[in-house]
Design a protein around this ligand. Structure first.
Ligand SMILES: O=C(CO)[C@@H](O)[C@H](O)COP(=O)(O)O
Length: 236
């Protein structure tokens, strides 16, 4: 099984006045995926960005070789999925509570040519996976309650990650198909290794990366991303 670790900066904490440059800088500093948080002020108490912004960054993401990972915190979810597929999303994840028909929403994402994923809030049961593993490419565990960047990592997530990892490994044994396990919320250079040991392979980090102090390096994200990579290297 592939043990690659991927870092996915959440652009929620980026400087939106220069988003293209921020994405170039953060990806070329050694990260992999643009994590794109969509909040609707209904499913979560905050309002962020939509398909227009996704479309605006797609060329930049392509240029630096990054996937766009759209995390929909939107209810209902089906109406907006095609718009993000058209706008260049590579991965689309949504919360099971935000879909009337989870199986149908997952199939819709795949039919539109994207990788599909389910997102679990801290108190949401992994049992939503029971009958849809074949339709999921990524499982995202929230390690904060969704809605805002800059919150503290909820430590109970570590046990939940182990449970999700066990499901993914058992599924891999059976089918040979790999499912990514992403974690999101309060991830930083200090806790990333412990989170990896619990089973995550893909790490969303917003404030820890974009809020990192400016250093003398031309690319201000090199230092924090190198710290994260060095911590992850201790896990392998
Ligand atoms: O989806 C969310 C919050 O709902 C996250 O993607 C946060 O934006 C991550 O930010 P940090 O906790 O890393 O600052």
């Amino acid at each position: 099984m592939d043990k690659t670790f991927r870092i996915a900066p959440s652009i929620l904490s980026a400087n939106f006045a220069k988003l293209g440059q921020e994405i170039e800088d953060v990806i070329t500093s050694g990260t992999d995926i643009v994590h794109f948080d969509v909040m609707d002020n209904h499913y979560v108490p905050n309002l962020t960005i939509g398909p227009l912004v996704c479309d605006a960054i797609r060329e930049t993401a392509k240029k630096v070789g990054a996937l766009i990972d759209v995390h929909l915190m939107v209810k209902p979810v089906d109406r907006i999925i095609p718009d993000f597929a058209k706008a260049g999303a590579n991965i689309i994840t949504f919360h099971p509570e935000a879909s009337e028909h989870i199986d149908r929403s997952l199939a819709m994402v795949r039919d539109l040519g994207c990788k599909s994923g389910l997102v679990f809030n801290p108190a949401t049961s992994l049992s939503y996976l029971d009958h849809v593993m074949d339709k999921v490419d990524m499982i995202l565990l929230m390690s904060v309650n969704p809605g805002f960047g800059g919150q503290k990592f909820i430590p109970e997530t570590l046990e939940k990650l182990k449970l999700a990892r066990a499901r993914i490994d058992a599924y891999y044994e059976k089918t040979g198909r790999q499912i990514w396990l992403e974690v999101d919320g309060g991830v930083n250079a200090q806790n990333i290794a412990e989170i990896a040991r619990a089973g995550a392979d893909t790490f969303v980090a917003g404030s820890a990366i974009f809020g990192s102090p400016k250093d003398t390096d031309a690319n201000r994200y090199n230092t924090v991303v190198s710290e994260m990579r060095a911590s992850l290297a201790t896990v392998k």
